[in-house]
Design a protein around this ligand. Structure first.
Ligand code: ATP
Ligand code: MG
Length: 158
């Protein structure tokens, strides 16, 4: 069944409140006020929480985290942006592997499992995940997910 994505993300952002560092803010941005999606909300919940947790953890106090949403009739795009420590080029290739952690992350508590879960769950939703990062400047993790409008709904639109 389908659900309202923006509403869902607003709730998620509120849930992350206690995890934020002093002065950090999660800013939700969206191109459409209402996006109805048909995908497993539990999987999406785990994916977004993992990405937001990383953005919070690998950013400093007072830094802004962006959650940006865009969609067309077939695909949904979600970007999680931070202004944090970034990821060294040499560590980027293996980032989604289990237990892999970048060399500049050792001061931060973690096991290296979160992104592997993100990758697996995104795959279960038939989507893709990627990232862009600059050491010392920040990172953006991007999800592309098909919006599974079912045949019945399609018929009623056309
Ligand atoms: P956990 O299992 O608790 O999530 P983790 O955060 O170390 O531990 P992942 O979420 O899998 O593990 O991330 C893997 C590595 O990728 C991190 O250790 C860190 O080096 C790097 N990383 C992930 N997200 C970011 C980010 N937003 N900014 C900088 N580095 C990041
Ligand atoms: Mg993590």
């Amino acid at each position: 069944q389908s659900f309202e994505l923006i509403q869902f993300l607003k709730m998620l952002v509120d849930e992350m409140e206690p995890n934020k560092k002093e002065g950090q803010d999660i800013v939700l941005n969206y191109s459409q006020p209402s996006i109805s999606v048909c995908l497993d909300p539990k999987l999406l919940n785990h994916i977004i929480i993992n990405l937001l947790s990383n953005a919070i953890k690998y950013s400093m106090e007072g830094q802004i985290i962006g959650l940006e949403v865009d969609a067309n009739d077939k695909e949904l795009f979600i970007h999680v942006k931070d202004q944090g420590i970034g990821i060294p080029k040499a560590n980027q290739k293996k980032l989604f592997e289990r237990f892999y952690r970048a060399e500049n992350a050792t001061n931060f508590q973690g096991t290296g499992l979160g992104l592997n879960i993100v990758k697996q769950y995104t795959g279960l939703l038939s989507g893709t995940v990627g990232f862009k990062s600059k050491l010392g400047k920040g990172s953006t993790f991007s999800l592309k997910l098909p919006i599974n409008i079912n045949e019945y709904e399609k018929d009623s639109i056309n």
